[in-house]
Structures are given as structure tokens and as C-alpha cells.
Design a protein around this ligand. Structure first.
Ligand SMILES: N[C@H](CCC[C@H](N)C(=O)O)C(=O)O
Length: 276
């Protein structure tokens, strides 16, 4: 089957965008893995599928698949690219979009100069909703990994995140303990793992070992989760510029129960057809 796609990225977190409205697609985990494979396919961190909405007040439904083929609940960088994609493909002329995801509704606002702002909804902090194994909700949690005990934050942005504070993000053990935390038994649906260096009350640096992918150049939900954890610990103000290896995102959050807003770029690289 020939399938049209657009290759896009948000700060180097790269995506294959598929229009499931103008073309009938039958995807499987194996097909997703082949599309995402950087040798036998197109290559990407996530495959994003645009579908007609099921909710009455949604403009579109958008589904997210990690490179390992697993479907997940949310993708921040992907949401910004999604907004640009549906406008470029003339699927809408709107600049304010309501988008249905497995994690709930997102509000997207297309701004000038390739920027998109996303209302990511309120973070979820109750352990059983993350899900994370803990007796009760706490500001941070001890986590045993390879006979070491790490202090983590646990936050869901629709998808689960563990966040560790580090002194130097360049030397953080992203690839040595990232995989062990990603598959830690206290995270029954696995977890994205963020390593956060706080430089001031409004500036921080972050690297993320993403569930189902590995380390990416940027992670939008990871930036939101990391800012929420730092804010809960009283270490940052209500707006923080999070610097990831691929570039910076502006995250705004004013406290529990409030939505997190993420603003950043979305770029289209090329269009093509793949035979799957
Ligand atoms: N790996 C994530 C999905 C993609 C998130 C990331 N690419 C973003 O921009 O938020 C997960 O398994 O929950």
C-alpha cells in the first residue's frame, strides 16, 4: 500500500505524520516499527496519525505511536507539528484547534513564525493515575535502581514521567540508568525519564530518555513534567525556558489544578510516499 506522509520535527524530536482522513490506513505495530526504522523505513521517534474526531467539540483526533510500535497517550512536540500539518494539508483553516488524544482534549494555537502554543491540560500527580507504585502522593519519591537510591518526581501529562534533578545535565547518566528507570516495575506502563538541571528560577536544561524510543533531542511532555516537578519543589517561577539538546521550549504553569502551556516551533522537512 502506498501511503503519503510528511516528515516533521519539533526541536529535533522527529515525526512521520500520516493523514488518516484523506487516505484509508491500516496500521499495525509492525508497520509502525518499519516506518520509524532509520534504515529500512523513513526513520522517526514517533508516528503521528490524524483521524476524524469522535468527540463533538473536537476538530480532529490525533494518535501517537512510539518507534517501538506502542500507542501512547500524549506527545507535546507532536501536537505542535500536528497543528502545522493539518493547516498545510488544507484539512482546516483554523488557527485555534481542539484536538482529541488518548489523554483527553488539547487546545492548540498556531502563532506567527512557526511557533505553536499548546494547552496541555493539568498535570496528574496521584500515583495510581500516573501510574506509579507509591503508598501516597508526595513531592518526591525514593527509587531503588541497581542498588542505588535516586530521588524522583512522578508526573503524568497524560503520559507518565519520572524526573531527576542533576547538577550537570551534560554528565547525567541518561543512557546508563534511563533504560532501568524506563522499565522499572514501579511504573507498570513504563515511563519517560527526564534529567533536569536548574540554572535559575526561569531557566533550566533537560535531557529525556523517552519510553519506547530512547534519548530524543527534545520531549514536550517531558519539559512540562520537569517544570511541574521543579515548581512543586519551589525551585522555579510560573514560566520557565527549558533548554533541551534540540532547542528551547517555554513552559507556563501556575500551580496544581491549573493547565500547563507549552510554546515552541514546529517544522516541516519533506513530503513523500512510503510503501507499507
Ligand atoms: N515517548 C512518549 C511519547 C512521546 C512524547 C514526546 N515525544 C513529547 O514531545 O511529548 C511516551 O511514551 O509517553
Amino acid at each position: 500500500m502506498r501511503v503519503k506522509f510528511s516528515k516533521m520535527h519539533g526541536l529535533g524530536n522527529d515525526f512521520v505524520m500520516l493523514d488518516g482522513i484523506s487516505q484509508r490506513l491500516k496500521l499495525s505495530p509492525d508497520k509502525i516499527r518499519r516506518i520509524a526504522d532509520r534504515r529500512i523505513g523513513i526513520g522517526c521517534d514517533q508516528v503521528l496519525l490524524v483521524e476524524p474526531p469522535r468527540e463533538p467539540d473536537a476538530d480532529f483526533r490525533y494518535r501517537i505511536f512510539n518507534a517501538d510500535g506502542g500507542e501512547v497517550e500524549n506527545c507535546g512536540n507532536g501536537a505542535r507539528c500536528f497543528a502545522r500539518f493539518v493547516r498545510e494539508r488544507r484539512l482546516t483553516g483554523k488557527k485555534r484547534l481542539n484536538v482529541e488524544t488518548a489523554a483527553g482534549m488539547l487546545q492548540l494555537n498556531v502563532l506567527e513564525n512557526d511557533q505553536v502554543s499548546v494547552d496541555m491540560g493539568a498535570p496528574v500527580l496521584e500515583p495510581e493515575q500516573i501510574p506509579f507504585g507509591a503508598d501516597r502522593r508526595a513531592e518526591s519519591y525514593p527509587l531503588e535502581v541497581h542498588e542505588e537510591t535516586y530521588t524522583i518526581g512522578a508526573v503524568s501529562m497524560g503520559n507518565p514521567h519520572a524526573v531527576l534533578l542533576v547538577d550537570d545535565v551534560q554528565t547525567a547518566p541518561v543512557t546508563s540508568i534511563g533504560p532501568s528507570i524506563e522499565t522499572h516495575p514501579r511504573f507498570p506502563q513504563k515511563v519517560n525519564v527526564g534529567f533536569l538541571q536548574i540554572d535559575s528560577r526561569s531557566q533550566a536544561q533537560l535531557r529525556v530518555f523517552e519510553r519506547g524510543v530512547g534519548e530524543t533531542l527534545a520531549c514536550g511532555t517531558g519539559a512540562c513534567a520537569a517544570m511541574v516537578y521543579a515548581h512543586l519543589r519551589g525551585l522555579v517561577d510560573n514560566q520557565v525556558e527549558i533548554h533541551l539538546p534540540g532547542g528551547a521550549l517555554t513552559i507556563h504553569w501556575s500551580g496544581p489544578g491549573q493547565p500547563v502551556t507549552m510554546t515552541g516551533p514546529a517544522m516541516t522537512v519533506f513530503h513523500g510516499q512510503i510503501i507499507i
